[in-house]
Ligand binder design. Structure first.
Ligand SMILES: [Zn+2]
Length: 306
């Protein structure tokens, strides 16, 4: 497609509601570049399990507007958002409350496109539980994001997981296995630690952020025996074979498309799924249906039917 046509198509798309855009025929010349291409993706409307509103903009809502323009272009209908910048490895309660305030500001204007996950640091257990009440029990958020503030096999997480289960709020825990440099950050979790946490809370669904990232082949195997843990594909390098291995070892119902935008792009991470050697039915599960299933109980509590 010529650049001018491409820009025109994007501008048109941004002015139309989602369902109307989905019904638009593909513009001439927009031939699917992958085994399952852009027209099918727009028709489906991907749900992204892992997004940050760190794009340019004067306010959180303006930053989200920028992100939505890109999402419209590539066929992402909904995204789970959390952790507004600046990024803080071990945030104080004041810092994570400020970050969550930004996400709440986004949700005020963009609840049609975004689901909010509350950012907590379990080291501050009481303050985290209070923030969970503010943002999920009494607020519009539907999940929890845990980053690198506290190893996720520590007992401080137990009351948070318990309360999350009562609220049907799914937890996305960042995990990584660094292969280079000095290794993981001091409080950074691994998929093995997430499997330990899961064993203490059988039946509670969890999302393994990045699925180990640097060494995803180990990460996938580390969570294999815990059927409650779902693999987030977001964030790592778009390496050949990862998506196929996750489906082979875990089953397609446990694999989730996530971009980790804006650290990564929607498009590069979508491409890993679209180009994978999988059936269309498996791609539909990964790109949308699994996340719909996981979020449905929490959304129902908020009166949102999907
Ligand atoms: Zn992230």
């Amino acid at each position: 497609m010529k650049r001018r046509d491409f820009l025109a198509t994007g501008a048109l798309a941004a002015t139309l509601p989602w369902h109307a855009r989905a019904a638009q025929p593909s513009p001439a010349g927009e031939v699917a570049a992958s085994a399952w291409g852009s027209a099918e993706l727009r028709q489906l409307g991907a749900w992204d399990a892992h997004a940050h509103v760190g794009t340019p903009g004067a306010t959180p809502a303006k930053r989200m507007e920028y992100l939505v323009r890109i999402a419209d272009r590539v066929g992402v209908e909904r995204m789970c958002i959390f952790m507004s910048p600046p990024w803080q490895y071990e945030p104080t309660p004041e810092q994570f409350r400020k970050s969550n305030d930004d996400v709440l500001a986004v949700l005020k204007e963009w609840s049609s496109r975004a689901f909010g996950f509350v950012y907590l640091n379990p080291t501050h257990t009481r303050a985290s539980l209070d923030e969970l009440e503010r943002c999920v029990a009494d607020g519009p958020m539907v999940g929890i994001k845990l980053w690198v503030g506290c190893h996720c096999n520590r007992p401080e997480l137990d009351p948070i997981v318990k309360r999350a289960a009562e609220l049907d709020a799914i937890i996305l825990q960042h995990t990584w296995i660094k292969q280079r440099g000095k290794g993981n950050l001091p409080q950074e979790s691994t998929p093995m630690e997430l499997a330990e946490l899961s064993a203490r809370h059988p039946g509670v669904p969890l999302i393994c952020g990045h699925t180990g990232g640097g060494d995803w082949s180990l990460g996938i195997r580390a969570i294999r025996s815990r059927s409650e843990i779902h693999a987030d594909l977001g964030g790592g390098d778009p390496v050949y074979g990862e998506v196929e291995m996750a489906v082979r070892e875990l089953g397609a119902a446990r694999v989730l498309y996530g971009s980790d935008v804006h650290g990564r792009s929607f498009a590069s991470q979508l491409g890993r799924v679209l180009g994978a050697n999988l059936t269309v039915a498996e791609k539909r599960l990964i790109l949308r249906d699994n996340l719909v299933r996981l979020l449905r109980p929490a959304l129902k509590r908020k009166g949102i039917t999907v």
